[in-house]
Design a protein around this ligand. Structure first.
Ligand code: DQQ
Length: 536
């Protein structure tokens, strides 16, 4: 229970105990959502890795099944690592995953359902052809940097393509393989894409998006859809962040070309600017949307994880689509979260004077969903952004929630004790910059726990919103030890892990604050208490 385990979550996916990391092979099959995940059934730390398996009809409530893949064969005896599912032409799914073989080499393997008529896909059979991709003398692939096959897509020539994460010194690469039958795979001469700015790429994800269909998604094989663009997401191993670029997939040459101006390292676009890694998306063919799942690690040390007996969450599933600008993705919690909403609390138009704090009463502060819209009347008083302040995370860290220099910080204090000694602050600061404005969004964990020591790094990013023309919006999901924030309607996301010692369960409060020297307006605030989902 959350009484004895105040950091366990009410609606974020987690196994009953032990270690979990990456989401694997998410898919919908016969109306059932499947989530597999990197799981150590023996301990609360990473080690003996199997594929945990749960299913759902709504992405909110989950039932667990026995592990789908166990490391029992020479080609995966040292671990069944990350991989993806693909729905084949006959409608049946197949899994490609990384095995750590008896020589500790990374190889790629295939598994198919034992009984495809079972919508729960409880039993999986590994292919007798495994391994189906391996590092060898010819391809010169580093056998310890070769993993995490993506969902495959079908080319116009009828051959399947898949990418596998790889590294070579400073290079990250998405190695491309092709196959006619999903069993025999041949490495292409060139990777789909590589970059010398990041080092090894884990868990690459590659999918089409289109401005012509609004918030809808595309099947990974719909590569010729009108107005199509492609997104390449890479998990950058050296810094554990999720980078992505929007660009064009040239399927004659079988290469991905990022749009001009794309930055292909940690200072470019990220799916999330907080704790969020090894994400994977899939196309939900029932609801015509693309859904993103991701591992959210603990911020505590493994000593604490062992004491509490578990480690790792999945972020709440997000719908993702291409922003109207065509330059970035938008992410938003799937609509099904509304099932958990109970009481709604509203604050109508209110002025938040400089230095004011206002409690959001009547909401369960430890399990909540809140959305707030700010409008900013005093923009001319915004501080000027100096040209050397180019790193938004550093800027957030230097300023913190208690800064009071100009327009902001204003925003939310969540998982806060009644005396506001303990809190996590999610806020904005607005700067003037070249006759325009630049909006900074921050998540400040410094005061998140009076009693526990852990990684309290401040996160931050710039948000592509013009405060002259638009309200500044913030949506935040709070769930005991996780705070997921969506700025500007999902343009910039920040996830944080926190472990309050006062603000737990019924003692967790929520406030709106403005520590800046100028007043700001709340044009609308809605907050909902969320019920407990049924998870595993
Ligand atoms: N961890 C997995 C890998 C992946 C990495 C092993 C990302 O397959 O590359 O659990 O968290």
């Amino acid at each position: 229970s959350t009484e004895s385990q105040p950091y366990r979550t009410a609606y974020h996916f987690q196994p009953p105990k032990n270690w979990m990391n990456d989401p694997n092979g998410p898919m919908i099959y016969k109306g059932i959502y499947h989530l597999f995940y990197q799981y150590n059934p023996r301990s609360a730390v990473w080690g003996y890795i199997v594929w945990g398996h749960s299913t759902s009809t709504d992405l909110v409530n989950w039932n667990s099944h026995p592990p789908a893949l166990l490391p029992l064969d020479p080609y995966d005896i040292n671990g069944c690592w990350s991989g993806s599912a693909t729905i084949l032409q006959d409608g049946k799914p197949a899994i490609l995953y990384t095995g750590i073989d008896s020589n500790n080499n990374q190889v790629q393997n295939l598994a198919v359902p034992k009984d495809p008529s079972d919508p729960y896909l409880v039993e999986w059979i590994k292919s007798p052809h495994n391994p189906i991709m391996e590092p060898n003398a010819v391809n010169k692939i580093n056998s310890t940097l070769f993993r995490d096959p993506s969902t495959a897509w079908l080319g116009p020539d009828g051959r399947w393509r898949v990418i596998v994460g790889n590294g070579r010194e400073h290079n990250g690469a998405a190695l491309l393989y092709r196959s006619k039958d999903f069993v025999h795979w041949i490495e292409a001469e060139h990777p789909l894409h590589s970059s010398n700015e990041t080092g090894m790429w884990e868990c690459p994800d590659f999918f089409p998006v289109s401005n012509d269909i609004g918030e809808d998604g595309l099947d990974t094989s719909e590569i010729n859809f009108p107005g199509v663009k492609h997104v390449l997401k890479t998990s950058v191993f050296r810094s554990l962040v999720e980078c992505y670029t929007v660009g064009t997939y040239d399927h004659q040459k079988d290469i991905f070309i990022p749009d001009e101006g794309s930055v292909e390292n940690e200072s470019g676009l990220r799916l999330d600017y907080g704790k969020y890694y090894a994400s994977k998306s899939f196309f939900d063919s029932d609801k015509n949307r693309r859904i993103l799942l991701s591992w959210v690690n603990e911020s505590t040390s493994s000593d604490i994880d062992i004491i509490k007996g578990w480690s790792g969450l999945q972020a709440f599933p997000r719908r993702i689509w291409l922003d109207k600008s065509g330059k970035q993705l938008i992410q938003w919690p799937v609509k099904e979260i509304e099932k958990l909403r109970t009481k709604q609390v509203k604050i109508p138009t209110t002025t938040l004077k400089a230095g004011s704090v206002l409690e959001v009463l009547g909401v369960t502060g430890a399990q909540a969903d809140v959305e707030i819209f700010f409008s900013i009347p005093m923009l001319e008083k915004a501080e000027v952004l100096e040209s050397s302040w180019t790193n938004p995370q550093e800027l957030c860290s230097q300023r913190g929630a208690s800064d009071n220099s100009g327009v902001g910080p204003f925003g939310l204090l969540v998982l806060a004790s009644s005396d506001i000694q303990e809190f996590t602050a999610v806020f904005f600061i607005i700067f003037q910059h070249n006759n325009k404005f630049k909006v900074l969004i921050c998540s400040d964990q410094k005061k998140s726990s009076l009693g526990l020591d852990y990684d309290k790094t401040t996160y931050g990013a710039f948000l592509d919103v013009d405060p002259v023309k638009q309200n500044i919006s913030l949506r935040t999901l709070i769930d005991h030890s996780i705070v997921e924030s969506f700025g500007g309607g999902g343009k910039t996301c920040i996830t944080a892990r926190v472990y309050p010692t006062l603000a737990i369960n019924d003692n967790a409060h929520m406030f709106v604050f403005n520590n800046g020297s100028q007043h700001v307006e709340i044009s609308n605030l809605s907050a909902w208490s969320l019920e407990q989902a049924q998870i595993n």
